[in-house]
Structure formats: structure tokens, C-alpha cells
Write a protein that binds this ligand. Structure first.
Ligand code: NAD
Length: 433
């Protein structure tokens, strides 16, 4: 299977569905069914509270992605124009350098048990560590289904927090969540061992919940892009690569730039996380906390020239699941997962991070050459045309015209639309006469 499908963007939606079904082995008609229905209102009403309906977003495919030699057509759910096109385009450049090379940590998530009113934190730590095996067994007893699948509590770490006057400590239980995102599982463990830990600490158990800073569950992805793949009409690949490396340094040195750099990365990652029914708030929280781990907010991905290649690297926590959570109820999320062909959660994390790196590559290349607006406004122009009231063929015509005019605004689109409509009215009259 190849995820490279030249001319894919020119096909109709139905034709695209047929190609993706054929390439990914999805049953014929599966994308039409799930892609259009999504989550129904009855199920939604059972999922969250005070439901009024459902809310649809575009569901699209990023092409050209190769992770550790495997081809993937990546499902994306996103409303922002140009992200899917940019990621697909960047992934094609990465293919020229051998695709993305990725690795993932074991799926360890931390259950935190806060202990307060602890008189003597040092001796409390000793008593807890002396009972380590019993506590881990108690933790496992809270999640028998996970243990049956090879997961469960692996270790615990005791930390004293603040000053002695705070009388506070935290016990972190490290839990192997296998293919689940793990929040509910880990919370069950935190609640399962909290009282026993409080007894051992001779204090009181307060908060018991997972940490979303899943820094023991990171993925790392690298890619090598040949300079020639980066060239534009005006600039050589070497010049673009130099500008991209300078842009990477900018983000490494300035948190104001790092924030926007990381936003571009999360454009790609969130879209995959949402499409596959995962908790994007958890991934976002983990990513940004990780970006600030040194005490200064930093870029999640960096770029350097190496000979005649530009090398990109990304590292971030990726607590994703391919079981449980939203996947129980959302048919399109299940279909998205099937589309990726992943067999475990780590693979999904590596794909999401690869798409994040692709999105970053696209943004940095644009910033180092034409600027972000040319490509972005071209695609954004279609939404502007729709906002101005264009429908059908008029969307493309109005979008193209406001781009030519260099005025991608709703006012300009309205004026162009009025001209186009007047012209087509005249044509109709002419034909009628
Ligand atoms: P879950 O509650 O659905 O638990 C996963 C289930 O899948 C378990 O019953 C487990 O036994 C089973 N399972 C089957 N096959 C498995 C396999 N191969 N590996 C692991 N488990 C397997 O889901 P969860 O992952 O524990 O929690 C995720 C949900 O929790 C998300 O919906 C998230 O939004 C929500 N949540 C998040 C937070 C947070 O991030 N702070 C807090 C609370 C809840």
C-alpha cells in the first residue's frame, strides 16, 4: 500500500473515499457511512450532559506519511484551512529522505496520591517504600481487566513537596496502561491505594488522580529532508534550510516564538488525536508542560542542517488509546483507527507525532520562503467565499478572484460574488433571449 496518491485533492469526495477504502482495506462504503453520520444525537445524549445536538467538523486524510517504513493514510479532524494540505506536502518531502523514524516509550502513566498533614515525611517515605510490593498488588487489584491484558502497576516513587511546614508529600504510582489512554484506569488505582498510603504516612489522603504530564510515555520522531525537496521557485533548498534552522533557533531562544512554533505542531497532532477519538486536552496539557520542563517554555521540535539534509526532531508525551474512552461510542473514531492500521497505542502516538513534525516542517518552510500567508490565504479564501454567501462552483471562482486581488476579506468576496452573480444573470438572460 502506498500513501502517495498524486492528484488526490482534485478528486470528488466520493472518489477520495473509494481510493482510501481500497488502499487501507476498509469495506466499500464504510467512509460514506461513518464519515457522514459521525456520532448520533441519541448516543451523544448518553455521553455528555445537557445535549442539544452534535457538531460536525471536516474529516480529511493526510497523505504521503511513512513511519518506520510503514505507509499510513492519516485521518485528520480539523477546521483550519491548509493544515491537511501542508502536512501532506511536507510528508512528501520527508519521503524523499526515507520517511519518519520513530520510537515510543512504554505506556507508563502516573497515578498521583497527595498526602497531607504528614508529621515526618522522611519516616513516612521509608514506611511506604517498605510496603512497595503490597501497594503495587493493591493497585493491580483495582484494575483486573488491565492486569489481564499485561498492564498494571509497575513501581512507585515517593516525593516530599515544599517545606517541612507544608507537611505534604506525593506518591506517584507508575502504571503500564497498555493500549488505553489510561486516565480512568489510573484514577481507579489512585483511589484504590489512597487510604492505605495515608495510614502508612500517618497523614491524610487528599487528591488522587493521574498526572497529564506523561513524560514517561514520550514519543520521539526524526526525519531527514534533502535540501532539494525544500527548494521553492525563488529560493534554493540550501537557502530555505538555512532559514528554517534560524527559525528553529529563534524558537529555542524565545518563548514567544516557541509558543507559535508549538501551535503549528499541535495543528497536526490534535487533528489526528481528535480523529481517533482521543482526549486532545490531555495531549495538549502534556505537550505544553513538557515544553516547559526546563523552566523555560521551549519548542517541541527542532531543526538542524546536516550535510545536504535538514534534520528535524520532535519529542513529546503522547498518552493515546486505541481502546476505551470515546472509541466505545464514536463510529468515525473507530473507522479512523482502522484507516491507520495500527495494532497498538504506541504506533498511533508515533503517527500523530510524525504528522506534528510534518506540520512544523511546512510552517517553517513557508516562513523561511514565501511567508505563511500566500499558501494559507489561498485555502482560507474558500472559507471567506463561503462566508460571503458563495455556493457550488462560485466558491472556487470567488476564492481565486479575491486571491488575485490580494484582498482576502468577506467584503471583497461579497463584491466579487455580486459581480459574478450579475454576470451569470446576464448570461441566463442572453441564453433565454
Ligand atoms: P477506559 O475507562 O475506557 O478504560 C480502558 C478499558 O479498556 C479498561 O476497561 C481496560 O481493561 C480495557 N482494555 C481492553 N483492551 C485493552 C488493552 N489492550 N490495553 C489496555 N486496556 C484495555 O479508558 P481510559 O483509557 O482509562 O481513560 C480514558 C478516558 O478518560 C478518556 O475518555 C479521557 O477523556 C478520560 N479522562 C481524562 C482525564 C484526564 O486526562 N485528566 C481525567 C478523567 C477522565
Amino acid at each position: 500500500m502506498s500513501s502517495r496518491i498524486p492528484g488526490f485533492f482534485k478528486l470528488s469526495v466520493d472518489e477520495r473515499r473509494a481510493v482510501v477504502e481500497e488502499r487501507t482495506g476498509l469495506p466499500e462504503g464504510a467512509l460514506a457511512a461513518a464519515g457522514e453520520r459521525g456520532l448520533d444525537v441519541v448516543t451523544s445524549d448518553k455521553t455528555v450532559e445537557n445535549v442539544l445536538g452534535t457538531y460536525a467538523l471536516p474529516f480529511a486524510a493526510t497523505l504521503n506519511v511513512q513511519v518506520n517504513g510503514r505507509e499510513v493514510i492519516v485521518p485528520m479532524v480539523i477546521e483550519e484551512p491548509s493544515v491537511v494540505a501542508a502536512a501532506s506536502n511536507a510528508a512528501r518531502m520527508v519521503r524523499d529522505g526515507g520517511g519518519f523514524v520513530a520510537e515510543a516509550d512504554p505506556p507508563i502513566v502516573v497515578a498521583q496520591i497527595q498526602l497531607v498533614d504528614v508529621e515526618d515525611a522522611e519516616s513516612a517515605s521509608e514506611r511506604i517504600l517498605a510496603r512497595r510490593d503490597d501497594i503495587l498488588a493493591m493497585a493491580d487489584a483495582a484494575v483486573p481487566g488491565l492486569v489481564a491484558r499485561g498492564g498494571g502497576a509497575r513501581d512507585l516513587v515517593v516525593r516530599v513537596l515544599g517545606e517541612p511546614s507544608d507537611r505534604m508529600m506525593v506518591v506517584d504510582v507508575l502504571v503500564d496502561c497498555r493500549d488505553a489512554m489510561g486516565a480512568n484506569l489510573v484514577n481507579s488505582i489512585a483511589e484504590g491505594v489512597g487510604d492505605e498510603l495515608a495510614l502508612l504516612a500517618r497523614g491524610r489522603c487528599n487528591f488522587r488522580i493521574l498526572s497529564n504530564l506523561a513524560d514517561r510515555r514520550c514519543v520521539r520522531v526524526t526525519c531527514r529532508v534533502p535540501f532539494e525537496a525544500l527548494a521553492t521557485e525563488e529560493l534554493s533548498g540550501a537557502d530555505v534550510a538555512r532559514g528554517m534552522e534560524e527559525g528553529s533557533r529563534f524558537a529555542e531562544l524565545d518563548p514567544y516564538r516557541a509558543c507559535t512554533h508549538n501551535k503549528g505542531i499541535m495543528n497536526g497532532i490534535d487533528a489526528v488525536v481528535i480523529a481517533t477519538g482521543n482526549d486532545w486536552r490531555a495531549v495538549e496539557a502534556g505537550a505544553h508542560a513538557y515544553a516547559a520542563r526546563s523552566g523555560r517554555y521551549s519548542p517541541l521540535a527542532t531543526w538542524r542542517r546536516d550535510g545536504d539534509h535538514l534534520v528535524g526532531k520532535i519529542e513529546l508525551p503522547m498518552a493515546l488509546g486505541i481502546v476505551g474512552g470515546t472509541l466505545r461510542v464514536h463510529p468515525t473514531a473507530r473507522l479512523s483507527l482502522a484507516m491507520t492500521g495500527v495494532t497498538n497505542a504506541a504506533e498511533l502516538g508515533m503517527i500523530a507525532a510524525s504528522v506534528g513534525l510534518a506540520a512544523n516542517l511546512a510552517a517553517l518552510r513557508a516562513l523561511a520562503s514565501d511567508g505563511i500567508q500566500r499558501g494559507h490565504m489561498g485555502l482560507h479564501a474558500r472559507s471567506v467565499a463561503i462566508a460571503a454567501g458563495a455556493t457550488g462552483d462560485l466558491v472556487e471562482r470567488v476564492a481565486a478572484r479575491i486571491c488575485e486581488l490580494g484582498d482576502v476579506t468577506v467584503d471583497s468576496a461579497r463584491a466579487v460574488l455580486a459581480e459574478e452573480q450579475a454576470r451569470s444573470d446576464k448570461d441566463t438572460i442572453a441564453v433565454a433571449e
